[in-house]
Design a protein around this ligand. Structure first.
Ligand code: ADP
Ligand code: GN1
Ligand code: MG
Length: 359
């Protein structure tokens, strides 16, 4: 065992000592491939758990984050008990002193119920599957529609605010601390050339109602279970007051391309229109009269915005030396940025067709 693994095991032991459960026989394995937190599966003879080390740099409001998740889970559970929410609600476990998370050294950790026999997808395979995805995320938002938004803390200020993200990109370009600008100047220029679209986003956003949204509805934040049915929405870290178009847009971003988020062969990217149709039809139908006409119109804006905004965030992180998103190869964030910008171009070109499919 190397030093890093040994110190991880010591930390995990210290974390588990704070919970009222027999962890004397526990096996640990790495879980999932999120870009921010470190997630582990814990297996004991009696039960399985998810243990998560929350990225404190990305989430400085760590205690508020787990407290938000607790409030949201309780609300969803109530909705479920009243027959208004069909999915499972994996709970966070409380420590012996009743806390939702625990600090060990400089790091924050939390423990959650593991949903057995569950799996996540990295790619949507059929319109039928896309219909299930859109319905599940819409059920999640509908169940939270009567949740008082001011009851939860804003975890990352201006998370999907395009003006803020463009300012961050401008700063990264001005600093060019890692001398990476010259090699990606064309991508940067393309982003700054999208001013007309950016203005449109700013204007429509002013007139849209706030909901408690998930804000990270990428496909691998939905658990599926036996029978290939969605069983739980997970990764509630960014649940905050937001706009429905953001959640819809992130579904489109992660379901409608034939390529992975970091694929380097952007010229081979195609937009899966049948998947888009299934997403928008089922998303709107599940909301029924809980979505306004302007919100419906905004969904296609969201479908363009999310690839664009996530693309600019990857580009900013590339220029800043990769200190936000986990990377596993050279220029990983630049590859992600190029692929997301390509997706933004494809969605924009297909807009007239998408509008017809949304009817
Ligand atoms: P990240 O913020 O790093 O994306 P997630 O909360 O999405 O972390 O968890 C990472 C992965 O762990 C998920 O994609 C999923 O595979 C698995 N996972 C998370 N929570 C659960 C759970 N309650 N039950 C089963 N698997 C889970
Ligand atoms: C991050 O943690 P993960 O992988 O679910 C990011 C999202 C991005 C996504 C891109 C807190 O999500 O905003 O859309 O990567 N989360 C945060 O894949 O920044
Ligand atoms: Mg995740």
């Amino acid at each position: 065992m190397d030093n890093k693994a040994a110190s991880l095991n010591t930390d995990i032991d210290s974390v588990l000592n704070n919970y009222d459960f027999d962890f004397s026989k526990v096996e640990v394995e790495i879980l999932g491939n999120g870009h921010i937190n470190n997630t582990y599966k814990l297996m004991t003879p009696d039960a399985e758990f998810v243990l998560q080390q929350i990225n404190h740099d990305v989430f400085p409001k760590t205690v508020e984050l787990s407290s938000n998740a607790q409030k949201i889970n309780l609300h969803l559970l109530q909705q479920k008990n009243n027959g208004n929410y069909p999915l499972s609600v994996p709970q966070q476990l409380l420590t012996k002193t009743g806390e939702t998370c625990i600090k060990i050294g400089a790091n924050y950790w939390r423990l959650m119920e593991f949903i057995s026999n569950s799996y996540t997808l990295e790619e949507v395979e059929s319109p039928e599957q896309a219909a299930l995805v859109a319905t599940a995320f819409a059920q999640f938002s509908c169940a939270l529609s009567d949740f008082y938004a001011n009851d939860i803390a804003v975890i990352i200020e201006d998370f999907h605010d395009i003006s803020f993200r463009m300012r961050q990109l401008s700063e990264a370009v001005a600093n060019d601390n890692y001398g990476r600008l010259a090699a990606c100047k064309d991508v940067v220029d393309f982003c700054f050339d999208q001013q007309v679209f950016i203005e449109h986003v700013i204007n429509i956003s002013k007139n849209l109602p706030l909901h408690v949204t998930h804000n990270d509805t990428k496909i691998n934040n939905l658990l599926f279970t036996t029978g290939d049915k969605p069983c739980a929405v997970i990764d509630l870290d960014t649940c905050m007051p937001g706009l429905l178009m953001h959640d819809f847009g992130d579904m489109v971003r992660t379901c409608c391309s034939n390529l992975a988020e970091d694929d380097t062969s952007s010229e081979k990217m195609v937009l899966k229109l049948d998947i888009f149709e299934a997403l928008i039809t089922n998303y709107q139908n599940t909301f029924a009269d809980k979505i306004t006409a302007l919100e419906k119109e905004s969904l296609i804006v969201g479908a363009k915005l999310l690839p664009f905004i996530i693309g600019t965030r990857f580009l900013t992180d590339h220029l800043n030396g990769d200190n936000y998103f986990h990377v596993s190869r050279k220029d990983h964030n630049l590859d992600r940025a190029k692929s997301q910008i390509q997706l933004y171009k494809l969605v924009s070109e297909a807009e007239p067709e998408l509008v017809k499919l949304a009817k």
